[in-house]
Write a protein that binds this ligand. Structure first.
Ligand SMILES: [Fe+2]
Length: 238
């Protein structure tokens, strides 16, 4: 079985459309998303509509939970005061524009999706098995990976939230961070589409980087009244 996973779309409809086409071209039998549908780019409602229209199932991210429930804070971690301020402006902006329909969709997303592929148990979640706002970076110690695996009965764990893709095979447990479609932070501004092929005797993970009109997406951020800061971050993939 070959399927595609779309991590952290964050209101970037241009990136989502390109990612979707790339997943279809790659002949993915099924496409999933990993939540965090709004924030930083303006098209939160369009993203939700697109996912519904194309039957793309997915899980709830911290941003979705916070927007849908009118929280005071997005649950995102900032590294410095400017980032904190910008993130908060984006969160307030998103809460003021999100439709009731989108909120409803986000509220009802499951925290996990589980299925079997090629005899392997696959789990999808936004950040970690039990917490949706913990940053699971590649350089976490092996112990952290083992602790997370112990919270599941999965053979393959697929998640996002950090916007930096990687995968590791610990022989028995496979860990895949699917990166981000709409707001990559690994220095490559192209949308990230994660393709996973699982058969009885092999497992393969591929991070497709899909070019799209980043400038158009950046212009839309500025035109929307969101801080231009996010247009710059999009272009730099930081
Ligand atoms: Fe997130």
């Amino acid at each position: 079985m070959k399927f595609a996973v779309l991590g952290d779309i964050h209101g970037n409809i241009e990136a989502l459309k390109a990612a979707y086409q790339a997943a279809l071209s790659a002949k993915a039998a099924k496409i999933y998303h990993l939540g965090d549908l709004g924030g930083y780019s303006p098209f939160v409602n369009e993203v939700v509509e697109f996912l519904v229209e194309h039957h793309i199932e997915g899980v709830q991210g911290n941003y979705d939970e916070a927007v849908a429930n009118d929280r005071e804070h997005c649950g995102c971690k900032a590294e410095e005061p400017l980032q904190e301020e910008m993130a908060h402006r984006s969160f307030v902006w998103t809460k003021s524009r999100v439709s009731l329909k989108s909120k409803d969709y986000m509220k009802n997303l499951p925290t996990e999706i589980k299925f079997n592929a090629g005899g392997k148990k696959v789990w999808l979640f936004h950040a970690t098995p039990k917490k949706n706002n913990l940053y699971w970076y590649e350089d976490r110690p092996d112990k952290f990976f083992q602790e997370m695996a112990a919270k599941t009965d999965a053979d393959v764990m697929i998640y996002g939230h950090t916007h930096k893709p990687y995968w590791k095979d610990f022989g028995g447990n496979v860990f895949v961070n699917a990166g981000s479609v709409g707001k990559p932070k690994d220095g490559d501004p192209r949308a990230c589409v994660t393709l996973i092929t699982i058969t009885a005797d092999k497992l393969n993970v591929e991070f497709l980087r899909v070019p799209y009109d980043v400038q158009k997406a950046a212009d839309a951020i500025i035109a929307s009244g969101l801080p231009p800061y996010f247009a710059e971050k999009l272009r730099e993939a930081k």
